[in-house]
Design a protein around this ligand. Structure first.
Ligand SMILES: CC(C)(C)c1nc(N2CCN(c3ncccn3)CC2)c2cc(C(N)=O)c(N)nc2n1
Length: 332
């Protein structure tokens, strides 16, 4: 009914029925990173509550989502356009398919080249923009072209430098993840507090990054491994492996387990090694990524609609049953 036809009691009753729904939807959206309702529905119901409370200020309650820190709950984060899109990755599921990727690629490239092998960290892709060496913006990958501005949240992540060792203007991309031990401890805390637990470290990282309140992000022990750049220009590196080393020099966290492969035999032994090593890693991985090592070759080969011709992910079978809390090595 139009607000003008309501009296204070009717308005208070309607508002009282809206609040728990909106609060639950918000928790699902921001904590679980698993929205249970379309943004449009959330926005419509939220707008109705705001209108009711504006028409009848006496019905406002402290737990109303309209009363949250920093004024009204924003229906979402500010959107960010990625000037250079964040690509997806093609994937293969067997060494035979990987060999086909290599055969196909070498048909189009006459000079020999190495691959750089990297662990495929199971987290959330993000992009960090620096101007003259100063961190100015952090954003999620989103759909590759439009992401969310999470600058305030990523400022709380220790492994993300606020100032680079050189005054570069560069946009660096990587993965934000939650280490397995931090994930287990967080779920233990949430379980003890009667809150819902996260299904896996990737959801926990996503939910922790997309918190409206940066103070919550700060206590979630997130970390990063950076692995790509929007534009190679500002860097000295001429290969993927040198770029990772240069990222380290600049102050970024990179995954140390990368390895240059001079043959597919090298790639296969890297895969076998980390397929065995996987349970002992401090963080989740869902495969490995192999990339043509020469950066000029990456540039020349470019990408198809959304995936680079010069890189492919080899996916492991889905993780075995998640580690039961009792089995986790507790780090005090
Ligand atoms: C720069 C390229 C495109 C080759 C690239 N893309 C990646 N990803 C793309 C797909 N991504 C994605 N995410 C969500 C939805 C669709 N695609 C998530 C990142 C990489 C991810 C990792 C990693 N996880 O450790 C890595 N070492 N290297 C990557 N390299």
């Amino acid at each position: 009914k139009p607000i003008s036809e309501l009296d204070a009691t009717a308005a208070a009753n309607e508002a009282a029925s809206l609040r728990p729904k909106l609060n639950q939807w918000r928790r699902d959206y921001y904590d679980e990173d698993a929205p249970n309702v379309e943004d449009a529905v959330y926005d419509r119901e939220y707008a109705r509550l705001v209108a009711l409370e504006q028409a009848f200020p006496a019905i406002v309650t402290p737990d109303s989502p309209t009363q949250l820190v920093g004024g009204t709950v924003k229906a979402g984060f500010t959107k960010v356009q990625h000037p250079i899109p964040m690509l997806s990755l093609g994937d293969v599921f067997s060494q035979a398919e990987l060999q086909e990727f290599d055969d196909r690629l070498r048909q189009n490239v006459d000079e020999p080249f190495d691959y750089n092998c990297e662990l495929k960290i199971d987290g959330l892709a993000l992009s960090l923009r620096y101007e003259n060496g100063k961190l100015v913006q952090g954003s999620t990958r989103g759909n590759g072209s439009i992401g969310e501005d999470i600058t305030k949240n990523i400022m709380t992540i220790e492994s993300i430098p606020h100032q680079l060792s050189r005054p570069l203007t560069v946009e660096v991309r990587g993965e934000c993840y939650m280490p397995k031990a931090a994930f287990a401890a967080l779920n233990e805390r949430r379980e003890a507090a009667g809150e819902s637990v996260f299904a896996n470290p990737r959801n926990a990282a996503a939910g922790s990054l997309r918190q409206l309140d940066p103070k919550v992000t700060a206590e979630r022990q997130l970390s990063t491994f950076m692995y790509n750049v929007a534009d190679y220009e500002p860097l000295k590196a001429r290969t993927q492996s040198d770029m990772l080393t240069e990222f380290d020099d600049l102050g970024f966290a990179i995954n140390p387990d990368f390895k240059v492969a001079h043959s597919m035999a090298d790639v296969f032994s890297y895969i076998d090694h980390y397929q065995n090593e996987r349970p002992d890693l401090a963080y989740g991985i869902d495969g490995i990524v192999i990339k043509a090592n020469p950066l000029p070759l990456q540039r020349d080969l470019g990408a198809t609609v959304k995936v680079p011709r010069w890189a492919i992910a080899f996916k492991f079978p889905p993780d075995e049953q998640p580690t039961l809390l009792e089995d986790v090595e507790w780090t005090v």
